[in-house]
Design a protein around this ligand. Sequence first.
Ligand code: AHR
Length: 495
Amino acid sequence: MARLVVDPAFVVGAVDRRLFGSFVEHMGRCVYTGIYEPGHPTADADGFRQDVLELVRELGVTAVRYPGGNFVSNYHWEDGVGPKDQRPRRLDLAWRAIEPNQFGTDEFVAWSRKAGVEPIWAANFGTRGIREAVDLLEYCNLPAGTEPADRRVANGAEEPHGIKIWCLGNEMDGPWQIGHKTPEEYARLAEEAANAMRRVDPDLEFVACGSSNAQMPTFGEWERVVLERTYDLVDHISLHAYYEPHDGDQAGFLAAAEEMDRMIGSVIATADHVRALKRSDKEITLSFDEWNVWRQADFPGELGLEIREAGPLIEDTYTVDDAVVVGSLLITLLRHADRVKIACLAQLVNVIGPIRTEPGGRAWRQTIFHPFALTARYAGPTVLRTAIADGPEIDTAAFGRVPALWSTATYDDSTGELAIFVVNRSETEKIDLEIPVTGRLVRHLALYDDDRSAMNSADDPDRVQPRSVDGTEVVDGVCRATLPPASWHLIQLSS
Ligand code: AHR
């Protein structure tokens, strides 16, 4: 019998609600026929799909990063504002696509307001730089009285957009990035741009580009160089990571949270090393602004793509196991709530998205939608440390022997509600779990299936969905639950 021990005295940190962010890139069908489709039966006057907006609200997304991704590094934001019939069609170099520019800055902000999410802007630091970033910032955030701000007003947005979070570029360490830079080149640009942008709006939060993944040859060194230059100017350093099974190691894939956990630990260590060098009182926090399961092995690579407009791209269909992994990655982000302040599930619709649409047709929830929606909905304001005693272990090719149980908990001291999020990563063993508690059981919801490769589809959109677990009970101050193999759980208790 495994035991999970949790106590409201053992606080990790406050949950920043921006941990439940997502990402909309001009890529494939994320924007066009995803969130935006004039002429769709559910489209509103702005061309926004209401069926998708409803699912976005249900998902519980709090913040959305835009417009890329790799797309942004060759993006001219000016092309996407003003009368739609005068906007140019451009070649997007990142995804070798035709960008019609029918959805741009003002549409994104209007869509964000309708979705109830905070907009996060990623600026082009690939083919452009300080001047364009400042112009865009004036366009977005100044009331009126300068050419860019007046242009926004003339385009119909009288009130400033008030975008507070700015990513200083995207994946500038990656050789695939248009305008890829060395750490020194990027650090100088980020330093000068942040300095200039703060003069427009001193209240901004800046995210400096970290590494595109922990396997990059410059991982660790990139963060050190960038932060040594920008430490006093930026607030967050970014992390990106996508997970997929390697060499048939499904056990290692189910334990992908180990990799995310180690990456977060390494970036915190690097940021704190720079803090020590600088004898600074300031703490840099983390923006995990791209994360998800993505089977990149199936992706032909950018140069393998045929040039077309809004063609489907990386529309991974997710399984039960993928949802369990996504749930475990959310647990990992919560376990680091003291340092991870922003996180974006990449992406939101169609492109490796929790929401899938048909052009002109239906929209539905992928399997990964469910752990995200339930975590966003039930996570309380404070993360608590959980300890597992007498839990079994599993063998993985990727990480060796690791605990089968992966958990976190949140607490709301105004209601006394405790939410425990736990994953059984064993492919073969069910685990009987005991949790000493003071309160009563409110709900036990879980995601698992005898067919771990089951997926949702337009014709069977609810094939995989959370189920209420029978048999879980609290007796004499102990909650007892059985966790099937490869399963994700929310156990909510109230005092
Ligand atoms: O989300 C897909 C792509 O993955 C993004 O454009 C890029 O930033 C990352 O490499």
